[in-house]
Unconditional design. Sequence first.
Lengths: 478, 101
Amino acid sequence: MTIDVAVVGAGPAGLAAAARCARAGLATSLFDEQDSPGGQIYRGITEAPPARVDRLGAGYAAGREAVDAFRATTAAYVPNASVWSIRALPDATIELGVSTRASGASAAAPVTHMVRARAAILATGAQERPFPIPGWTLPGAMSVGGAQILLKTADLVPQGRVVLAGGGPLLWLAAGQLMDAGATIAALIETVPRGRMRQALTFAPAFLASRYFRHGLEFARRVRRRTRVVEFVESLAAVGVARVETLHYTSGGRSHEIAVDHLLLHQGVVPSVDLAGAAGCALRWNDVHACFEPAVDMWGGTTVASLFVTGDGAGIAGAEAAAARGALTGLAVANVLGRIDHRERDRAAAQLRRTLADAQRGRHFFDVLYRPADAFRVPTGETLACRCEEVTAQAVVDAARAGCTGPNQAKAWLRCGMGPCQGRYCALTVTELIARTRGVPPAEVGTYRHRFPVKPLTLAELASLPATPAATAAVVRD
Amino acid sequence: MFARPPDPDAPDGVPVTIDGVPFHARAGDSVAAALLAAGTIAFRTSAIGGAPRGPYCLMGTCFECLVEIDGVPNRQACTTRVAPGMRIAIQRGAARVAPAP
């Protein structure tokens, strides 16, 4: 199957990009891992009953418009689609390996096929940053984003003593949403270091006057009125036997503990770079965000021809910015594929760039304010760095001391990053642990080399692909 | 524990079993949501150390929520929706290779 444009991911960036391409007359397919559009920010928006949408607020309700605008175009929506490979072919087209699974039919084998597109746009969004503290693998400890998804898709509200810990706007937003849904938040434990607010404000004095800042303050005040907020926390440790029972924390050098039934952790989000990395796009270290992101130009163009990355997957800037970035990338692709000329592209882009600038106002303030403190990015001792293969921080440090130079060598030594999550929840941690130990910047240490398949794939799925006579001849003996 | 208001539109729900015990999930639930609604918080024990694990990201990236569904191990509970008659089982340690369906 050959199409003009393949878009991966149906969050704000992917929806906007696909809609732009389709409106320019390009045959566009949007491949989505979920079974309904919206990405994580608007997760479940098309199926949410009105009462749920009301409860989750205007930021969530905005997803309806984004999905409607996409659905009004000719772009095809392919749900339950796991894109496990992407590569640029010599003729500058892009080949994607895609498995789709019929919803609900658990035993039905996925259908696997190769898709060829004249251009591809990765809008794979973000994941929550690894937050390696002691006990973060205990049942009952869950990411804040995870708890939000349960709320958005299933109305599930955590019961008992709920404690949120970490930093970032989402921590406050989720606290408000959970309380509105009836949860009892025993405490919000914030890990933003003392003095960080002042530092952030010197970067963005103008932001003080913006509506974003006012709304943020108002929202935080509303949360503070209804729950206990502990600030400037310097360390966290979850403790329990079969599940999380207690959260230990230190503040001002003093130790405290709080009983918990649900511990919801959040330390910001980072771009999902696995597909871009595996496709050969150059990645760069963003030191303010403390993560790797694909190197992109102002349109989302990468170092690989015909392959674009847009939205939070190209660097965290939030949902509003993602929609504008997605549309900009759609224009660029329409231009590259000959549907519009430079002038038309730039004319249409002007308004989008203004929207983008407006959406990014104050972003630097948040970036500085919520850059996670070292203690919450670079763990020590027996804390698990790699959850899947159960590799401790100390093991990574010891390996680096013994001469292991980077994450790829660490895989061979320790198996970290080789479990089912394929390094998504340890890559940044392992990079920073090795960089610290070696005394070099993270950019020099690099990250795991991303490999296909970037999502697990059964041999049966692979074997179901049509084989060329040459490929068959290469492996079949007489 | 997780709780939610009753759904007046679908009081009967979707019949599944969890480790052989009948449970009524809600239509549209992910397997992870159904397990949590049923009061199950540990979905498996880890492949290396045998430690209890539960769902973490709920969006298909962390692979902590792996369970056995209709006899097939290592299925992501958070990205699979419940279906009538589905057999869900807690997974212990490293999963064996699944028999061909």
